[in-house]
Write a protein that binds this ligand. Structure first.
Ligand code: C2E
Ligand code: MG
Ligand code: MG
Length: 664
């Protein structure tokens, strides 16, 4: 749809370009035609007025000639009638002359013309009386010799002076006409040149527009191709381009008889970081992952992003023996901490690898196999896994596990192990953490890591948590009755914090079991709260109001903001075992443990350390002011019977007061 709109937009722009060129050409033609019409009109005007003037001047010239002729004819005529007729002709020519001259004077005249006409008037005034006198002599005097003498010596020279001026006038008019024609020609040439110039300009403009439009079109076509083939966030190949590259690799591999590998990876903690630190940070991390992968592999390898936090690398010409080295190289690159606003973020990745042609026959199968291997890598926590046939069973096994889990919750295949929590002050057990186990009929005991995520994915976490809470409270109640006033801690999953019924359900379970709310602790991870801050806060506030103790589990591994933590109604922090277990050898971990304890105390919270495996750790934690500890050193998670035994025998457990009194 978007592409169709872009095509339409381009079409509109091209059409618009052509309309502009056409309009320009039209406007130029109109201007040119107007110029030509104007030049024509000017020429026509000049021609017409000059024609009239020349005609009038010619009339004057001919009238002068006729009158000169009459002047010469009159003296030789004897018949009075003939004379009379000749005089009339003479006078008529005089009238014609005056008429022509008057009309000339009334026309628009150039200064030169006016000057000549003035001169004509002047010489006419001088000549007229003499010519008149000669005519009268010719009528009344018979002395022809005298008359001709007078004509020759006086009248004709004056008459010729007029004729000369009239000729000058005619000459001037001819010259003027020639100039006008020349001007008109120049004007034509100018118009023609202008038209040629403008036409060329329009053509060049049209060509420029065409070049611009075609460049834009090419650019857009390239952009569309890029959009269709590349991931806009990272600039890496997208799924479509990946498939094309895979097909190409398969062809190359067949032709050159070389194997290649497909590595599919998924970031281990991306969702958590994205939920906690926000999408902008998430996007930047995804870009950084892309950059690191590109830097790690060779130029001929293809790095693609499938979406979310999944990446694929097509490793060109890859010998299966080289796979571990390249897999480790990629994992090392991705394991390096990421930095954001002075925070160091560990993402980690799991990588699944499939091989062509030894394992899979086509592009889709290569991706499917790599996906299964990746899943295995994630589960095992080994970083990477190479695809193997039997993994298919494992992944199918997970599907069947999901359906079996529902059954397991109802049919008593789940059980709880309890791990003691020891108070540093009294050195005595004060609480238990309930940890769920699944005694699978075929697979034996399964640790929660193997099925908690499955339960979340299958929508079973609500009933699982309900089962754990109910069992823990029902098993704690008899302990209380026996005088072991211990608290029990139950782990909640992130999804439980979406369940607004949870506080009411817990209230009912407390009532049923008769356990006081103060004896129940609920453990939630930082990321679980951050993933759902609004509902989470409402649920936790309600539980706090009921008197239940709230603890933040695995503290230090998430990215919660302290400002937010302060607003939570929690009572306790549990330092993650990864820091505690290493604190004796790793100075950084020791610093984290120490500062977490101080931080918790400053916020008015109690601190529990997890993963205490040695006496040194126990002692050191005591010195640092840690309130409670749990770990293999004091007691491993145990089934209820074993726990009862431990409670009776362990030095961490004093015989209960009422039992002691009963014995007395
Ligand atoms: P967690 O809540 O942090 O539980 C502590 C884990 O650390 C337990 O693993 C425990 O066996 C182990 N641990 C205790 N002391 C030591 C020690 O000294 N050294 C070492 N290496 N490990 C120690 P477990 O039982 O496998 O549980 C793993 C996680 O599964 C728990 O981590 C918790 O997040 C989750 N989980 C357990 N039970 C439940 C449950 O009922 N509901 C939910 N939602 N999650 C549960
Ligand atoms: Mg816990
Ligand atoms: Mg923990």
């Amino acid at each position: 749809m978007k592409q169709r709109l872009q095509h339409l937009g381009m079409g509109i722009r091209i059409g618009f370009g052509f309309v502009v060129v056409l309009a320009l050409m039209g406007a130029l033609s109109a201007i040119g035609l107007r110029y030509v019409a104007e030049a024509n009109q000017r020429l026509k005007d000049i021609a017409e007025s000059n024609n009239v003037k020349t005609e009038l001047a010619t009339m004057m010239q001919s009238a002068l000639r006729e009158r000169a002729l009459s002047m010469h004819t009159l003296p030789i005529l004897t018949d009075p009638f003939d004379k009379d007729e000749e005089v009339q002709r003479f006078n008529a020519q005089g009238s014609l002359y005056i008429q022509a001259r008057n009309r000339l004077e009334s026309m628009p005249l150039s200064p030169e013309e006016s000057k000549i006409l003035d001169q004509i008037l002047a010489v006419t005034r001088v000549a007229q009386p003499e010519v008149q006198a000669v005519v009268e002599m010719s009528i009344f005097n018979d002395n022809q010799t005298e008359i001709f003498d007078r004509i020759r010596s006086v009248a004709m020279p004056r008459q010729r002076a007029i004729a000369k001026q009239v000729s000058a006038l005619l000459e001037l008019q001819r010259a003027q006409t020639a100039v006008a024609v020349k001007n008109a020609q120049t004007s034509y040439t100018r118009v023609r040149n202008l038209m040629l110039g403008l036409g060329t300009a329009a053509l060049l403009m049209g060509m420029a527009i065409a070049a611009f439009v075609s460049r834009r079109a090419t650019h857009q076509a390239r952009q569309l191709a890029t959009q269709a083939m590349y991931d806009p966030l990272t600039g890496l190949a997208n799924r479509s381009l990946l498939h094309i590259q895979l097909e190409r690799e398969i062809v190359l591999s067949k032709r050159e008889d070389t194997p290649f590998a497909v590595a599919l990876m998924d970031l281990d903690r991306f969702k958590e970081v994205n939920d906690t630190l926000g999408h902008d940070v998430g996007d930047e991390l995804l870009r950084e992952v892309g950059r690191r992968l590109k830097e790690t592999v060779r130029a001929e390898d293809t790095v693609a992003r499938l979406g979310g936090d999944e990446y694929v690398v097509v490793l060109h010409n890859m010998d299966p023996g080289d796979v571990p080295a390249i897999a480790n190289k990629m994992l090392t690159a991705l394991d390096r901490p990421y930095h954001w606003q002075n925070q160091s973020i560990d993402l980690g990745a799991s990588l699944g690898i499939s091989l062509y042609p030894s394992q899979c026959g086509d592009a889709s199968e290569l991706l499917r196999c790599a996906d299964i291997a990746m899943y295995v890598a994630k589960r095992s926590g080994n970083g990477y896994a190479l695809y193997a046939q039997e993994q298919e069973r494992t992944s199918r096994g997970d599907l069947s596990l999901k359906s079996e889990l529902r059954e397991a919750i109802q049919s008593g295949q789940l059980s709880l192990h309890y791990q003691p929590q020891i108070d540093h002050g009294s050195q005595q057990v004060v609480g238990l953490e309930a940890l769920v186990r699944w005694n699978h009929p075929q697979r034996g005991f399964l640790a929660p890591d193997k099925f908690i995520t499955l339960a979340e994915e299958a929508g079973l976490i609500g009933s699982l948590t309900h089962w754990v809470l109910k069992t823990a409270l029902n098993q704690l109640a008899p302990l209380h009755r026996q005088g072991y006033y211990l608290s029990v801690a139950v782990n909640l999953s992130a999804r439980n914090l979406h369940d607004m019924e949870l506080p009411a359900n817990i209230h009912a379970l407390l009532n049923e079991s008769g356990v006081a709310p103060e004896s129940l602790t609920l453990e939630i991870t930082e990321s679980a709260v951050m993933a759902n801050p609004n509902d989470g806060l409402a649920i936790l506030t309600e539980l706090d109001r009921m008197g239940v103790t709230l603890a933040i589990d695995d503290f230090g591994t998430g990215y919660s903001s302290l400002a937010y933590l302060k607003r939570l109604p929690v009572d306790e922090l549990k330092i993650d075992k990864s820091f505690v277990m290493e604190m004796e050898v790793n100075e950084n971990d020791a610093v984290i443990v120490r500062s977490t304890i101080d931080l918790a105390h400053n916020l008015g919270l109690k601190v529990t350390a997890e993963g205490v495996e040695s006496q040194t750790a126990w002692v050191k934690l005591g010195i640092l002011g840690c309130d409670y500890s749990q770990g293999y050193f004091m007691g491993k998670p145990m089934p209820i019977d074993e726990l009862m035994d431990w409670l009776r025998k362990s030095s961490w457990s004093r015989a209960p007061d009422n039992v002691y009194y009963a014995a007395l």
